[in-house]
Design a protein around this ligand. Structure first.
Ligand code: 5GP
Ligand code: ZN
Length: 130
């Protein structure tokens, strides 16, 4: 079973931001910004192109809910990104959408998948969990 399937099954712990029957959202362990969240279908698909359209719809709805939650951290914008296949930088072969909140004190440039930031995920989760 892949690592994100294990997270969806609660066999591996994560800081859950949103969950419904089909979808789960949790904090990225190596965040590119404060509140960087991954939104996944609970069922395993290799990437977003493999998902049936009803699941794609559920995932999109969850992304919107997550963005609203991330505004509680002061986020003013978002990079919503998905990597498809290794050539594009996909490391975990279970479909996921990166929701990366952006803040006005940062440089207004597209995010790059470079160095993660130092961030206390537990503190961030306290703000987002409800
Ligand atoms: P990808 O490069 O596949 O688009 O992104 C995978 C993301 O998953 C990375 O940003 C990485 O930090 C995150 N990640 C990898 N393993 C874990 C894990 O065990 N828990 C959590 N919360 N995030 C993970
Ligand atoms: Zn999986």
């Amino acid at each position: 079973m892949c690592i994100f399937c294990k997270i969806a099954n609660k066999e591996i712990e994560s800081f859950v931001v949103y969950e419904d029957e089909k979808v789960m959202a949790f904090l990225d362990i190596r965040p590119l910004s404060k509140g960087h969240t991954l939104v996944i279908p609970k069922e395993h698909y290799e990437n977003v192109l493999e998902m049936p359209s009803d699941i794609a719809k559920d995932l999109t709805n969850a992304v919107k809910i997550v963005c609203e939650k991330l505004k509680k951290l002061g986020a003013e914008g978002f990079n919503i990104i998905t990597n498809v296949n290794k050539v594009a930088g996909q490391e975990i072969m279970h479909a996921h959408i990166h929701v990366i909140p952006r803040y006005s004190e940062e440089e207004s440039k597209p995010i790059s998948f470079g160095k993660p930031i130092e961030c206390d995920l537990e503190e961030v989760h306290k703000v987002l969990k409800d």
